[in-house]
Design a protein around this ligand. Structure first.
Ligand SMILES: C[S@@+](CC[C@H](N)C(=O)[O-])C[C@H]1O[C@@H](n2cnc3c(N)ncnc32)[C@H](O)[C@@H]1O
Length: 282
């Protein structure tokens, strides 16, 4: 009689979602089979959207009041953290001056919980902020803990989406290992596909938090497009598609709130392409 071979089960990778917003990291990691064990987000409207869509096991509000011992063990720390300025003086005085910035809370969690890897996201300009000192502080704080540190400028449009959205991705591993970023991909959709008409541009503007309804020819316009020769504003569904959110994603609060939160979010396919490489390295 043929012996039935036992299938070897892969352990499920766990992650925490800090500065979670409406859960861009959550969707990307869940799509790859990882499990969120804690989310943290201070903004009530964002938390409402997050809870309706992801039903998190544990959700904390302000990261500055999060007890380190209350954080569940996890393999991967994810954080699209707000960029709080690090002062020139802060860099000169070293890592103690990162206290009071929200990066310090990430640093404390890495130090205390020692996850196998981290994946951080921030605006592109963090690389040049304060003449490059901010990145030096971040890198030295993280490498002092024994983690490797790799940073990349990544565009959403290099990962299938019709939006520029250049962002700084930071990746590292507790065992100090190297990391090769994923290859760029062709656009899967153009602006014409998303807006359902002929657009003069294939790739759209970067979605933002404020500045909606700026004049369509203005410098601050990001939600107005010419479609089939006429000016049109992005709908919530279209803005969600520009960030790679699934069609069944729900926004239970106002249109204004939905657009604000989408402007704050990450571009999901870019996060997912990088996360896939991170999980493969764990
Ligand atoms: C750039 S957004 C991150 C968006 C998120 N990655 C997403 O995909 O939707 C930064 C988030 O940090 C949150 N935040 C700011 N201060 C915080 C704090 N002290 N504790 C927890 N979250 C905070 C903001 O409300 C905001 O939603």
């Amino acid at each position: 009689m043929a012996r039935v071979r036992k299938q070897k089960k892969e352990p499920i990778v766990t992650f925490i979602d800090l500065f979670a917003g409406i859960g861009g990291f959550h969707i990307a990691l869940s799509n790859l089979g990882a499990k969120c064990v804690m989310a943290c987000e201070i903004d009530e409207a964002a938390r409402t959207i997050y809870k309706v869509n992801h039903n998190p096991e544990m959700m904390h509000e302000d990261i500055t009041t999060l007890e380190l011992d209350a954080i569940p063990d996890h393999d991967l720390l994810c954080a699209g953290f707000p960029c709080q300025p690090f002062s020139q003086g802060g860099f000169k005085r070293g890592f103690h001056d990162t206290r009071g910035t929200l990066f310090f809370n990430i640093h404390q969690i890495l130090k205390h919980k020692k996850p196998k890897a981290f994946f951080l996201e921030n605006v592109r300009h963090i690389k040049n902020h304060d003449g490059g000192n901010t990145m030096k502080i971040i890198e030295s704080c993280i490498t002092e803990l024994g983690y490797s540190f790799h940073s990349f400028i990544v565009r959403a449009s290099d990962h299938g989406l019709p939006q520029h959205r250049p962002r700084c991705f930071m990746v590292g591993f507790a065992n100090g290992q190297e990391f090769s970023p994923p290859k760029r991909r062709e656009l899967e959709k153009t602006m014409s596909d998303i807006l359902g008409g002929e657009c003069p541009r294939d790739i759209g503007f970067t979605l933002r938090v404020g500045g909606r309804h700026s004049p369509i020819t203005g410098r601050h316009n990001w939600d107005g497009y010419i479609v089939d020769g006429e000016a049109r504003r992005l709908s919530i569904k279209e803005a969600a598609a520009m960030q790679g959110f699934p069609e069944d994603f729900v926004f239970p609060n106002s249109q204004k709130e939905a657009m604000k939160q989408l402007g704050n979010s990450v571009a999901i396919p870019a996060i997912q392409d990088y996360a896939k490489e991170i999980l493969a390295s764990l």
